[in-house]
Design a protein around this ligand. Structure first.
Ligand code: WQD
Length: 326
């Protein structure tokens, strides 16, 4: 199929583009390069330098006639979303509505949407399945949930079938080393640990060790970005075959603590990775991990590369490659 990947120059988007290419699809990447990288583009995929806040650039891009679009263009910093909600309203919500309206106009009938576990908020039970209440604790998670609601209406009124993929914590790099673009000023744990290991950052601040978890530090469900990419292709296959929309978790179903991740990084990198215990970060739940039973049953999807060693090793390889390139 002809697939337009909006945000395809980003960390997850570029891995998704790679997977669609590997499966023989024709891929165009649409990105404004505000956080995406030219280094993340592949020659086999055409590139459209556009902005989701510019409806004309979207209309022009979609005039190319696409069987499906994948939408990963969003701001994703939960903490920042609580300080600057207007930035998230415009980029995440208005930007998405521009995409949906351009898609409706151009007759694009399939949308794969990058949603998030942040739609759930504080866990009421674990593992979290798709029937868990959706009560986002941050504005970022709210924008993702609102977009899922718009998608349901565009399905009903415009016949646009969608797959809302609720990612847990995306991490790692392409196991074949074909992608190594580093996120600038990361806030997520694994890139922060990698920056510390490579010497770009003096130490890791561990946000609290007094949680009700195995070692007192926060537990999360880290899912390899290559596993996420496979989930996107499987989701498109599903909605194309069944002409039905779906909302599904993509998580490893296992929980790793902050300390476990830091210790794995010390073991695999051979670097000291200094870390200080500091106060809790507001809004952080103690534990969060997925049930991916629905993805397993409907998409035949399981996380193959999401073990802690692969997550750390592939990340470390990307940081070393960039350090050599400097
Ligand atoms: C993981 C754990 C922190 C940094 C966020 C977004 C979520 C999703 C994934 C997009 C927590 C601890 C972290 C650090 C630390 N984004 N930590 N020191 O908060 O689980 O989820 O990214 O979909 O919407 O909220 O990810 O990597 O920030 O934190 O101790 O410097 O690591 O307290 O326990 P999080 P994270």
């Amino acid at each position: 199929m002809k697939v337009l990947i909006i945000g395809g120059a980003g960390y997850i988007g570029s891995h998704v583009a790679r997977e669609f290419l590997d499966r023989g699809h024709s891929v165009a990447v649409f990105d404004n390069l505000s956080s995406g990288l030219r280094d993340n583009l592949f020659p086999e995929a055409s590139f459209i330098h556009g902005d989701i806040l510019d409806p004309v650039s979207l209309a022009r891009a979609m005039a190319g006639g696409f069987d499906a679009l994948v939408h990963l263009a969003a701001f994703k910093a939960a903490g920042e979303s609580m300080l600057k909600p207007e930035k998230y309203s415009v980029n995440n919500i208005t930007g998405t509505l521009n995409i949906l309206n351009a898609a409706a106009e151009a007759g694009v009938k399939r949308v794969i949407f990058s949603s998030s576990a942040a739609t759930y908020g504080e866990p009421k039970y674990l593992p979290i399945d798709e029937d868990h209440p959706t009560e986002p604790e941050n504005y970022y998670g709210f924008t993702k949930l609102e977009i899922e609601r718009f998608l349901a209406w565009y399905d009903k009124l415009k016949g646009m079938r969608f797959a809302a993929l609720r990612y847990f914590n995306a991490a790692g790099y392409d196991v074949k080393g074909r992608l190594s673009g580093l996120e600038r000023n990361p806030a997520n744990l694994l890139p922060v640990v990698m920056e510390t290991a490579i010497g770009m950052r003096p130490k890791v601040q561990i946000f609290g060790n007094d949680y009700d978890t195995k070692d007192g530090t926060g537990v999360r469900d880290y899912v390899h970005v290559s596993d996420l990419a496979v989930g996107h292709v499987a989701a498109l296959d599903y909605i194309a075959k069944n002409d039905k929309s779906l909302t599904v978790n993509l998580g490893s179903e296992s929980g790793i603590s902050v300390l476990e991740l830091v210790e794995a990084a010390r073991r695999i990198t051979g670097r000291p990775v200094p870390a200080d215990i500091v106060g809790r970060r507001p809004g952080d739940p103690a534990k969060l991990y997925a049930s991916s039973k629905r993805a397993r049953e409907l998409l035949g999807w399981t996380a193959e590369h999401s073990d802690v060693d692969t997550l750390v090793k592939t990340s470390w390889d990307a940081y070393l490659k960039n350090a050599k390139g400097r």
